[in-house]
Design a protein around this ligand. Structure first.
Ligand SMILES: *[C@@H]1O[C@H](CO)[C@@H](O)[C@H](O)[C@H]1NC(C)=O
Ligand SMILES: [Ca+2]
Length: 326
């Protein structure tokens, strides 16, 4: 019997493997010069095509951008500009730490003009040019929020917009989705696909080897010649932010009429921003206890007076009617 169950399990595993692979790598091919896969080191002391800065450390099995301690900032950047117009970047990552309710800050996947410049936006520079996919684990906003964290969002910037941490970037995001991606034992993946100016972000967080769409945005215009990167930070709160692999697929599209257009000089732009959110004011400072007490006292006095007056009025009328009766 035990033997029989084992065979079934093995078979299920096999099906998972096969179906998983067929869903992932289709006819698109991985470009080695934009990918980061094990073993990370080539023959020399450098990782071919990649540089890292800050607290990033490279181990045989993962690249740790930050460990689970405060005030860390680490990045890893591809050093070869992307010439493909249509692509899919798949990042195998792991965010984990001892914090059960408090952890942060998160990490970002970049397609940006400037690589290797550290800064305050999840480890990389603000006022960037390009695309940021932000996996924000900590909600900085004190007031009511329209979504839960962890939260994945996209921001496209021509260098003029500043990422606002206090609002968790909600005023500059194109779209977003809630996604619990922390502290899993199984593998977690994200795919950032840019195809015919449509940006699609999907995740595989449930160990199903299948992509689940997080959001899709049309009419996103990104130039060629930018760099792929991943960066992370911790602040007062922390997490381990690990990258296991980055796989870059050039998408081979049939009849791509625009393929000949030179996109190297265009400025990053997006037509659709998320519908402006209802602007929720932060709560006003509450009334002091004494004020509330006096208001309630005044209220009770008013009620009592009203009731007493009512009773007096009623009695007077009764008296009057009695007098009339006799
Ligand atoms: C840059 O983006 C801002 C905000 O979306 C926009 O107002 C501005 O016109 C853009 N500048 C250029 C040069 O495209
Ligand atoms: Ca945040």
């Amino acid at each position: 019997m035990l033997y029989y169950i084992n065979i079934i399990q093995l078979f299920i595993c096999f099906i998972h493997l096969v179906s998983g692979q067929s869903q992932w790598n289709t006819r698109d091919f991985m470009k080695r010069e934009h990918s980061l896969i094990k073993p990370y080191y080539g023959s020399g002391i450098d990782i071919p095509f990649w540089h890292f800065t800050g607290t990033t450390i490279v181990t045989p099995n993962y690249i740790r951008l930050t460990d689970d301690s405060q005030s860390k900032r680490g990045t890893i950047w591809n050093t070869v500009p992307v010439t493909s117009r249509n692509w899919d970047v798949q990042v195998h990552f792991k965010v984990h730490g001892k914090g059960k309710d408090l952890f942060g800050d998160g990490f970002a996947i970049w397609y940006a003009k400037d690589n290797l410049i550290d800064g305050p936006v999840f480890g990389s520079k603000d006022l960037f040019q390009g695309l940021a996919i932000i996996l924000d684990t900590y909600s900085n906003h004190n007031g009511p929020h329209n979504h839960q964290h962890p939260y994945i969002s996209a921001m496209v910037n021509n260098g003029s917009l500043s990422y606002d941490h206090d609002r968790d970037g909600t005023h500059t995001q194109l779209a977003g989705c809630e996604a619990k991606f922390r502290n899993f034992d199984h593998d977690t993946h994200i795919s950032v696909k840019y195809e015919r100016d449509v940006l699609t972000v999907s995740t595989d967080l449930e160990n199903k080897a299948a992509w689940k769409e997080c959001f899709q945005v049309k009419e996103v215009r990104l130039p060629t010649g930018y760099y792929i990167g991943v960066s992370a930070t911790t602040g007062d709160l922390s997490d381990n932010h690990d990258v296991m692999s980055v796989r870059f697929f050039e998408l081979d599209l049939d009849n791509d009429v625009d393929a000949a257009e030179d996109r190297s000089k265009i400025i990053p732009s997006a037509s659709y921003f998320e519908a402006p959110r209802e602007h929720v004011e932060d709560p006003k400072p509450g009334m002091s206890g004494i004020k509330i007490f006096f208001l309630m006292l005044l209220g009770s006095i008013a009620v009592v007076t009203f009731v007493v007056l009512g009773i007096m009025f009623y009695q007077k009328r009764q008296e009057k009617s009695r007098k009339r009766f006799y």
